[in-house]
Ligand binder design. Structure first.
Ligand code: ZN
Length: 140
């Protein structure tokens, strides 16, 4: 992979009020299975990854653990629904460098720890027509 350009769609994240309830719903409706659950204390968020049996992009459910969590604010403003889309990159530093060179507005200037042993950065939704995009590199 050259220039840190995206490799593949990694997950679509959904902000929810109760992960357990929504995970059951998605399992019933779509047959997705929970493959990972994690509390990201620093961001006040509980996350669960749901994957289709055949592999491929996952659904990430995000539940706020406190009122200060960015997910709480999202739920207050917009209710439950799609929060962001995440692409995998091979090299997050060069991806960020490329985005800066192109003048794309970023939320994160440098990578931070993400869910499930990744390093991640968010691109500002203003830069991409109202869609919050995350890029993630799997820890090697
Ligand atoms: Zn994500």
């Amino acid at each position: 992979m050259k220039n840190g350009i995206t490799e593949s769609l990694y997950h679509v994240a959904i902000a929810v009020r109760n992960i357990d309830e929504v995970a059951k719903l998605y399992e019933m409706a779509l047959g997705l299975k929970i493959t990972h659950v994690e509390v990201v204390g620093e961001q006040g968020v509980k996350a669960a990854m749901l994957e289709p049996e055949g592999g491929g992009p996952a659904i990430e459910l995000l539940e706020p653990l406190s009122d200060n969590s960015p997910i709480s604010k999202f739920l207050e403003k917009r209710g439950e629904g799609i929060h962001h889309i995440c692409f995998l990159v091979d090299d997050i530093e060069s991806a960020l460098e490329r985005l800066k060179k192109e003048g794309v507005q970023l939320i994160d200037q440098s990578p931070r720890p993400g869910v499930h042993e990744t390093r991640v950065a968010f691109i500002h939704p203003k830069a991409l027509k109202g869609v919050l995009i995350e890029i993630a590199e799997k820890n090697k």
